[in-house]
Design a protein around this ligand. Sequence first.
Ligand code: ADP
Ligand code: MG
Length: 758
Amino acid sequence: MALLTLKDIGKIYVSEGNVAVGIRGVSLSFDRGEFVAVTGKSGSGKSTLLNVISGMDSYEEGELYIDGQSTSHYLQPDWEEYRQKYISFIFQDYNIIESFTVLQNVELALMHIEDKKQRRRRALELIDRVGLSSHVKHKGSKLSGGQKQRTVIARALAKDSPIILADEPTGNLDSATSAEIIELLREVSRDKLLIVVTHNFEQVESCATRHIRIFDGAVESDHVLSRPDVVPADRETVEPKKGTKKRSEDLKNGLTLGRSIFTSKPKLSVFLCLLTIIGTMGIFLVTSLLGEAGELFEPYYMFEPIEGRVVLTKQNGEVMSDDEISALASEYGASDVLHYDALLDTGFSQYVYVESADKHIRFDCTYGEDFGGGIVGSYPKEKGEVLLYLPISWQPHFGEDEVLIDTLSFRGMPLKVTGVKYFYDNNKQAKCLFTSDGFKMATAMYYLLQNGSLNIQLDLTDSKGRHLYTAQYYDISVSYDIEDGKIYVDDREYRNYFEYKEGVDTSGFETNVSFSSTHYNYNYHNYDSSNNYVFTKEFDNSYFTNDMPADIYTDEYSYGVQRLVISAPLLQEMAESVLKDTYRQASLFFESDREARAAAEELREKGYIAVPADTTYTPDATETILNVAMCICLLFVWLIAIVFLAFFINLCSSRTLGAFKSDMAIMRSMGIPVRVIRIGMYVRMLIALIPAYITVIAAALVIFLTPRFNEFFVFLYPWQYAMIFVGMLILTARITYKQIRKLFRQSVKRALKGGAAE
Ligand code: ADP
Ligand code: MG
């Protein structure tokens, strides 16, 4: 049984409306051990014949049999496999991969050897056999023509295929080198079928066992010159492996190939890395931008949405007593109660003078929360003490090892900062943590001083108790340093004024102070059709102190400033009494929002207005429209950025494709499975991603470790980084996929012919 049989094979070329005959009616049969010389004029169809035999080109007529098996049912992958199993091709213009070393070129053909060391050993053996031992590490581009052809022969040997096809292998070589190459070919192919196309028959005459002349696409003559030297018994050819074993091997080979492709074109690879760095950093920055957009989507809560919180008030607006609230709490199974809860829903702003500018931080107020460890200083223990929970960007101002700014002013009342804890997520709000008592006190102060206004009236009273002069004071400060229950005023200015006007000596007169407050309460209207609440502000007035004697405060620097200093406990006492008399609201806390909703439902049935804290309200229409428009704009910017990046990377890396076109075609002509080449291309892209990922991680670390940067970059969570990485992976994989499609679209032969130019 013949190794290879062609039966009536015909091939025509159709291009641009012209039809050219490649070969026609060719019937030939070949066997192992033959050295076939094919000659004929240029254009007679010699190359076409070899291309058809190699399975690199299709044909229209006739049939090809390999080992007696018909190939008529072969599809593209079958031909790939056929080439892999049977064919080694040697070209006139060598077709070695110029950017690979001799060793890499040969090893490429040795992929069937799994063990790396063994593969290397075999490659070196073969290189030695073709006499290139001294050029193992030379790149293809640095070799002479003869050396290139030797490399190709070593590569053909490496494959150990039963058929070697050579299309004018010496066409570009001088005659001495040509003779060496032909001799080498003969020597290495004693047990194989060797078909050599040549226009110089004399060169091969001494070695050839058969001479076929082609004329005008047909076989003109076919002479046997001598019996083949050796006709060995049928040998096992290397069977391409099947199934999972083959898959895992393809993967391994693909990995090796990818690395070789990456390292063999350093300039291109650096360029590719730069591209992926730009791309990944681009997505990084754009994602940071989008992070801010997230805020626009946040729902509008009526109250601070603390898990399990229900805000409670009476329909008729009556003040609830502590006892009433406690009773409700135990009746409905609340785990905690906060009567005076106004501060939960408001923050306070603190101006900090840093770097010759006033910067302000806004705090949410909280109590009893545990921020865990990592605290600079300690948790608050006393009423007037707080712990601050701050974005890390404030660390340079508030201190890294000790608390640098240790007093805050909460509406004129000093708060002692005992500890600071920093956080990185700058989407979060800063918090000011009080003790429970401190929180109550701060609420009272807030209620008194910020939620309304405290009115202070000073009266100059003579020894008989008559009010002689009245003044309004506005500047109040609260102090822990003065004696409990004391009030100091600086009344020099109006005493002087009074003396000047009335001509009376006021030294025997007293100054008395009285306080009143104007503040507002929220009133809720419950529309029972659904969970909609509307709340309105209502102003309450209360006069709550009688005249209190004030001591004289003197400070030479503050002369002319109408100033009142009050001891903190006194003001607090006053504030708390205002709360007690006028505060209409309370919070109950349940284990979960679900429980809270259920309890709120029951409380409403009982006639209370009870609002679960996770209840949202819809902002007014213009705000909604603005937000939606903003979101659409940001999304649009984001999309455009991503598309632009994808486009940019694709464009730039497509420009470099030409360099791969011929390499890929060569690999395919060698019968390297398309899958391996494909994996190789993906691996190359993956390697190029590594520096990009490192850059992003480095950037993230720099931002993370440099507190000041935290202010300018939106904090991203690890999962967001993962998204960036995956996004970039998908982007590059997609680009690689398209490039591979482009590379593999052409038949091998056309890709080889066209080379890099196409
Ligand atoms: P040889 O190798 O003997 O010089 P070829 O096999 O290359 O000849 O060409 C045989 C014939 O087929 C020639 O007439 C040539 O013009 C034509 N031919 C070869 N390749 C193509 C092609 N890709 N497109 C169109 N015609 C082709
Ligand atoms: Mg030719």
